[in-house]
Ligand binder design. Structure first.
Ligand SMILES: Nc1ncnc2c1ncn2[C@@H]1O[C@H](COP(=O)(O)OP(=O)(O)OP(=O)(O)O)[C@@H](O)[C@H]1O
Length: 251
């Protein structure tokens, strides 16, 4: 049996910021239906990594493939394949919720019945109906996040990139977000989400990668993982910069 094509492949990507390496030689593969938690302390390089995956930042070196195709040479691929929710959902305060969704759909080439159907589906799923005519500028933090997620999901992406998605959400909203993540993964979407909380990873992901000072220090499936041991590993890496390469496992 041939191995499935990875949805996402990072091949030794490196990116400097302010003259220092923010991400160094990162190699990672993500398959359809996997939910990978990218865990790291503040400044570990998570947002820089996700911005490169989403096409918002170019790597200084290294390669990125989406469905086996070179993403850097075909950036328009990103728009079709990826749904990205950055750490702060980028919204136009003077546009309504429905205008945001329509604009996002159009940017991705959706029109007419296809756009109308996708709009109805996502508005219903994320319970945005009562907010449809509200301006983004007056939404609460949690509502802004929900709209950002709706924009990321509208076109049915194969790869969902979520940067600290649970930030600013209350516990009910966090539970709802996890449910959406589970549904998307079950439908085959590959998901990468960043967080600095191990509990977020164990609750929502089936695999964890720990990033520290821009380098991948740990990568393992969470199948039956011992939470205490994982916590200790994260702590060791974060506190001592422990290389931990000897403990790195392929997922
Ligand atoms: N716009 C920027 N200009 C210069 N340096 C930056 C910029 N954004 C991030 N950096 C630097 O790049 C490194 C990685 O930052 P990054 O934001 O990717 O980490 P992070 O793991 O997402 O952190 P956090 O959890 O705090 O968001 C840090 O040293 C940071 O100071």
């Amino acid at each position: 049996m041939t191995a499935p094509t990875a949805v996402l492949e990072l091949d030794h990507i490196t990116r400097h910021r302010a003259g220092r390496p923010a991400v160094s030689g990162l190699t990672l593969r993500l398959d359809s239906g996997q939910v990978l938690g990218l865990l790291g302390v503040n400044g570990a390089g998570k947002s820089t990594t996700l911005a490169m995956i989403a096409g918002a930042l170019a790597p200084d070196s290294g390669g990125i493939k989406l469905n086996g195709k070179d993403f850097l040479e075909q950036p328009e691929l990103a728009r079709r394949v990826i749904g990205w929710l950055p750490e702060r959902a980028p919204l136009w305060p003077e546009l309504t919720v429905s205008e945001h969704l329509e604009a996002h759909g159009r940017l991705r080439g959706m029109r007419g019945a296809e756009l109308a159907q996708a709009y109805r589906r996502i508005v219903e799923r994320l319970e945005l109906g009562t907010l449809a005519r509200r301006l983004a500028g007056v939404l609460s933090q949690g509502q802004r996040q929900r709209l950002g997620l709706a924009c990321a999901l509208l076109h049915g992406p194969q790869l969902l990139v979520l940067d600290e998605p649970a930030n600013a959400l209350d516990p009910v909203q966090v539970a709802a977000l996890r449910e959406v993540i589970r549904e998307q993964a079950a439908a085959g979407t590959a998901i990468i989400l960043s967080t600095h909380l191990l509990t977020e990873v164990t609750a929502a992901c089936d695999r964890v990668a720990i990033l520290h000072e821009g380098q991948l220090r740990y990568d393992s499936a969470l199948d039956g993982a011992d939470h205490k041991a994982l916590e200790q590993t994260f702590f060791d890496i974060a506190m001592r910069g422990n290389g931990s390469n000897d403990r790195m496992q392929a997922a």
